[in-house]
Each structure stands twice: as structure tokens, then as C-alpha cells.
Ligand binder design. Structure first.
Ligand code: F6P
Length: 324
């Protein structure tokens, strides 16, 4: 096995709060271990275009508390082609980069797996996405901050809903996953949560809404962006069933992706950054570092991208029981 002397770090896919803490941890752990560390700008796009810069301890000073990613990020089309990946390989060879650490979600790890397969580059991953839709880690970097942003926003909407006796349908992020919806729904006392992983029994939801009327004057329905119907259709269905309800739709959008990372995301990113560099030096490849029950564990990329087991149906039961 070739000794690793030079590594590069990149962030890819949607930005997530805590990515900067992850970059900082990789750069400083690399330097601590006498490695040269490079930063790739704009994810795999920067790898293809050769936007690769040396990083030192100072270049990551004062970033642990910042949202977004100082390296910038992208969803690269070019890296999806063999020619793009070949160009990326030539760029890292030119600089003598022996290994990569990629921070992102399922698209990031799918790209990394292809790159390893074709060019045998040692790569480890860190889970960076607000969606929490990766197996092999209880939580992804950015999820905790995002759900707290959602909770803050829904609490504010609840004030208006309560003051005007309204029903609010609130659409939250999660293209393929209902994990943001589920947790934020429980913690804001939502009357119902609709997620892509589970089929919705509309009749049951309508009955629940009607029943809960005697106990409360405002009702909140959280809908994940990836839900089969989506917020707009759900709001229309409620209006149709209950023409006398004052129904509003609120789509939270990208506000959920930004902001200062929570303490939990900073610690998670720091732990996984250290573990990833150490993992590379121990000879690990093609795996994602995650945290399971408080312990760092490595999961092969092809298993990490399957998140479906993370939906705990008991949580949807909790929403129902507590929505009386
Ligand atoms: O992957 C994270 C995520 O926030 C999804 O929940 C959402 O669907 C998507 O990114 C939006 O991506 P973009 O910012 O590219 O529109």
C-alpha cells in the first residue's frame, strides 16, 4: 500500500451547516499527522477543472461557527462522465494527491465509488447533508441545525395560526426523506406529518384534524418536500374537506440549509473529520465515517446511501398519539 503524504478535502451536493467544522478538522488533523492538505473548490466540479488549493492551519481559522462551506459546493454534471473523472484523476496526480476526503450525501458517495473503481484512488467520506438520509450514522452533519431552524420557524408560524384560528400546512426540505419532517413535527406538536417513505391515509388525517378541533384552535401539518403529493396538494385537500377552515401554506425552503451550526453539528463534524484522516492513514478506503450510538464507525459507501431503515414508525405513532 502506497504511503499517504498528500490529501485533499472537498464538499459536494447541497451545503449543510457544520461542513466548515468538518473541513477544519480534516485540515488540522492532516497537518497534525505531517500531511500536506489541499482543498478542492466547488466539489467534484473543482476536481475536474483543477481548482485545488493548498490549505494550512490558518486557512481554516475562525470557520467552525460559520454555515455553508468555505470550499463552496456543486452538483457536478461533468464528474458523472468517464471523461470528467479521468480529467479529475489527472489533476490530482499532477499535484501528487494520494487520497481524498469527500463531505456530502448520497450523490457524493456514488461519485466517489465510481472514482475508486476506475482509478483506484483512496477515498473516505463524511456525511454532510441536512436530510439525514444516510445509513451508517445516527445523524448527518447539518441535520441537527436544520431541524432546529425548522422548529424555530414553525413555532413562529404557530403564533399566527393560534391567533387567527388557522390550519397551516408547512412544507419542509427532504427530497427523498421524511426525517426532517418527522422530528420537527414531533417537537412542534404538529397534528400530522406526511413523509415520502410512508403511504398517507388521508381519511385518518382528516378525521384527526376534525377531532382535534375541540381541543385546539390552530393545527399544523408538516409535509416533507418529497412527499408524493407535496404541500400545495395537501393544503387544497384540506380546504376541499373543510371549506370553513382558514388554511394557509408555508414553504420554508432554503432558509433550512443556512445558519450557524449547532454545537451538536460542530462536535459531530470535528469527530468525523479526525476519524476520516486517521482512517485513511490506517488503510481504510471506500467508506463513510459515521457515529452510531456515540461511537465512530465506518460503513461502505454502497451501504451508506441506503437510508430507508432510518424511518422509525414509532415516531409517526407518537405524532398521532400526541395530536389529540
Ligand atoms: O439534499 C439536501 C436538500 O436540501 C434537499 O432536501 C432538497 O431537496 C435539495 O437539497 C434542494 O437542492 P437545491 O438547493 O439544489 O435546489
Amino acid at each position: 500500500m502506497k504511503t499517504i503524504k498528500n490529501i485533499a478535502v472537498l464538499t459536494s451536493g447541497g451545503d449543510a451547516p457544520g461542513m466548515n467544522a468538518g473541513i477544519r478538522a480534516v485540515v488540522r488533523t492532516g497537518i497534525y499527522n505531517n500531511l500536506n492538505v489541499f482543498g478542492v473548490r466547488r466539489g467534484y466540479d473543482g476536481l475536474v477543472k483543477g481548482e485545488i488549493v493548498p490549505m494550512d492551519a490558518k486557512s481554516v481559522a475562525n470557520i467552525i461557527q460559520r454555515g455553508g462551506t468555505i470550499l463552496k459546493t456543486a452538483r457536478s454534471e461533468e464528474f458523472k462522465s468517464y471523461e470528467g473523472r479521468k480529467q479529475a484523476y489527472e489533476n490530482i496526480k499532477k499535484l501528487g494527491i494520494d487520497a481524498l476526503i469527500v463531505i456530502g450525501g448520497d450523490g457524493t458517495f456514488t461519485g466517489a465509488s465510481k472514482f475508486i473503481e476506475e482509478f483506484d484512488v483512496p477515498i473516505l467520506g463524511m456525511p454532510g447533508t441536512i436530510d439525514n438520509d444516510l445509513a451508517g450514522t445516527d445523524f448527518t452533519i447539518g441535520y441537527d441545525t436544520a431541524i432546529n431552524t425548522v422548529v424555530d420557524a414553525v413555532d413562529k408560524i404557530r403564533d399566527t395560526a393560534e391567533s387567527h384560528d388557522r390550519v397551516f400546512v408547512i412544507e419542509v426540505m427532504g427530497r427523498d426523506s421524511g426525517l426532517i419532517a418527522l422530528r420537527s413535527g414531533i417537537s412542534t406538536g404538529a397534528e400530522a406529518v406526511l413523509i415520502p417513505e410512508l403511504n398517507v391515509d388521508y381519511d385518518a388525517i382528516m378525521k384527526r384534524l376534525d377531532k382535534s378541533r375541540k381541543n385546539k384552535s390552530s393545527r399544523i401539518i408538516i409535509v416533507a418536500e418529497g412527499d408524493k403529493e407535496g404541500g400545495e396538494v395537501v393544503a387544497d385537500k384540506i380546504k376541499e374537506n373543510f371549506p370553513h377552515y382558514d388554511v394557509r401554506l408555508s414553504i420554508l425552503g432554503h432558509i433550512q440549509r443556512g445558519g450557524r451550526p449547532s454545537c451538536m453539528d460542530r462536535v459531530l463534524a470535528s469527530r468525523l473529520g479526525v476519524a476520516s484522516v486517521e482512517g485513511l492513514l490506517e488503510g481504510r478506503r471506500g467508506e463513510m465515517a459515521g457515529l452510531i450510538c456515540g461511537q465512530v464507525q465506518f460503513t461502505p459507501f454502497n451501504k451508506a446511501i441506503k437510508h430507508i431503515d432510518k424511518i422509525n414508525e414509532n415516531l409517526t405513532r407518537i405524532v398521532e398519539i400526541l395530536s389529540l
